[in-house]
Design a protein around this ligand. Structure first.
Ligand code: RIB
Length: 315
């Protein structure tokens, strides 16, 4: 089954080869561990979101950069096989493709180090050149594994084009920058929210309020196993519960969540329902190993929602 309408999603962001070590527990400083296995999976927050949106039935174009190396070839091939339009994915010679070193423990938790490589070559000028593609989007998805000035240029160009932006501010910005809050939907976790405003607010509601005061139209605060808190433009706060699943690998669960909420919201579904759909997609992503390979299909999300009698999200 596919969705009734296919929103057009443009993702501007990173694409990485994930080099993943499966370990019993995450290493502590100074510790040497023996891991169980090492695998390589296509990942990167931007590319994960692009694949997730495509699996959920959206028409997707990706704006990003890979290096002229074997990883770059593989990363492009995986995106194209998922049906993502890669005409704005340029190959940069003399630079390595983005790489992420990931430990995943037996509880499915992870620790990630990203080496940006070619992702760092995406410039504000490239964003100007991508305007024709961005202008065709129903929604634009953005994360922070590209240079900060490029992310800010995306927000500005999208505003100028009248295209709504959903920003997943991950990884957390290194310095407080409220300009990043001036988007239509901001989807931080609590650490990222504190990094954006420079404040650790006493409650999820207060955090969401602070982000809206800083310029976000809607705030969706991700709270992992506790679900999400939504503060919409009218000032209404809603708590959206998570789905209970048995996680094997939480890598890219946030990417599945944001892409799924984007696809539904761009398709005209009210934000709170779109967030619940996102929670289902995020939960399903934790039940499979890997990043892009773990992104659920529309039918998989649908059956989890049906199992939970959450039928409002699929009307
Ligand atoms: O969100 C998960 C992603 O973060 C991984 O795929 C890794 O590449 C890092 O970008």
């Amino acid at each position: 089954m596919t969705m009734a309408s296919s929103p057009r999603v443009v993702v501007v962001g990173s694409v990485n080869m994930d080099v993943v070590a499966r370990v019993e527990t995450l290493p502590r400083p100074g510790e040497t561990l023996t891991g169980r296995e090492l695998v390589m999976n296509p990942g990167g927050k931007g590319a994960n979101q692009a694949v997730a949106a495509a699996r959920l039935g959206a028409e997707v174009a990706f704006v990003g950069r890979v290096g002229a190396d074997g990883f770059g070839v593989e990363l492009r091939r995986t995106l194209e096989e998922a049906g993502v339009d890669c005409r704005q994915l340029e190959t940069i010679s003399g630079v390595a493709s983005g790489t992420a070193l990931i430990h995943v423990d037996d509880a499915g938790e992870n620790a990630i180090t990203v080496i940006p490589g070619a992702n760092a070559c995406l410039t504000p000028r490239d964003i100007k050149e991508a305007r024709p593609v961005m202008g065709e989007a129903d929604v634009l998805l953005l994360q922070l594994e590209i240079p900060l000035e490029t992310a800010l240029a995306v927000i500005e160009e999208a505003m100028d084009l009248g295209v709504p932006v959903i920003l997943d501010p991950a990884p957390a910005p290194r310095a407080v920058d409220k300009r990043l809050c001036r988007v239509d939907v901001l989807t931080p976790n609590e650490t990222e929210a504190a990094a954006l405003t420079g404040d650790a607010s006493p409650s999820a509601e207060a955090t969401a309020e602070a982000l809206r005061r800083a310029g976000a139209r809607h705030v969706v605060l991700k709270r992992g196993a506790a679900g999400a808190v939504v503060l919409d433009e009218s000032g209404t706060i809603s708590s959206v519960p998570a789905f209970s699943v048995s996680p094997v690998d939480t890598t890219a669960a946030g990417d599945a969540f944001t892409a799924a909420l984007a696809v539904r919201w761009a398709g005209g579904i009210p934000l709170v329902q779109a967030v619940r759909f996102g929670c289902a997609a995020g939960a399903l992503a934790t039940t499979k190993v890997g990043a892009q390979s773990a992104m659920p299909t529309y039918d998989e999300v649908l059956s989890l929602l049906r199992e939970e009698n959450a039928t409002k999200e699929i009307e």
